[in-house]
Write a protein that binds this ligand. Structure first.
Ligand SMILES: [Zn+2]
Ligand SMILES: [Zn+2]
Length: 131
């Protein structure tokens, strides 16, 4: 039997200048409540999914996103036109994309199964990753 065709995920920023296509399978879908993610997005908790760098193509008129060097191993990516946070481009050949930027954020393959830096969220903010 032929292998199932890998799913292609699409998404982009608020203004549409930055668009991407990412070839499945998506890796390590997880949520994160660390301070860097909070500042990067303004959200109390972010949701992430990873792809090998070669599996992601920037397809919008704006080309590749702008980046800001956020640590020794990674840069945060954003749209220079509308300011939307898009993800993180690691030096290791990995691109982590924010699940909220996907056209179909509810796709089963993108469902988080772990929560990093749980302690960084306010106690009144609840994140369910196991249901
Ligand atoms: Zn934009
Ligand atoms: Zn984080």
């Amino acid at each position: 039997m032929a292998a199932r065709k890998a799913k292609i995920h699409t998404g982009g920023c608020l203004c549409g200048a930055i668009r991407f296509e990412a070839d499945g399978p998506a890796a390590k879908p997880h949520t994160c409540s660390c301070k860097m993610c909070q500042r990067h997005t303004g959200a109390l908790t972010t949701a992430w999914v990873e792809f090998p760098r070669d599996a992601v193509r920037w397809t919008g008129a704006g080309g590749v996103p702008a980046t800001w060097r956020s640590s020794d191993f990674s840069s945060r990516a954003f749209c220079p036109n509308c300011g939307s946070s898009l993800g993180a481009i690691d030096d290791a050949p990995t691109i982590a994309l924010l699940i909220g930027t996907f056209d179909k954020a509810g796709a089963a393959e993108l469902k988080p199964t772990a929560h990093s830096f749980k302690g960084g969220r306010p106690r009144w903010w609840h994140v369910q990753v196991d249901g």
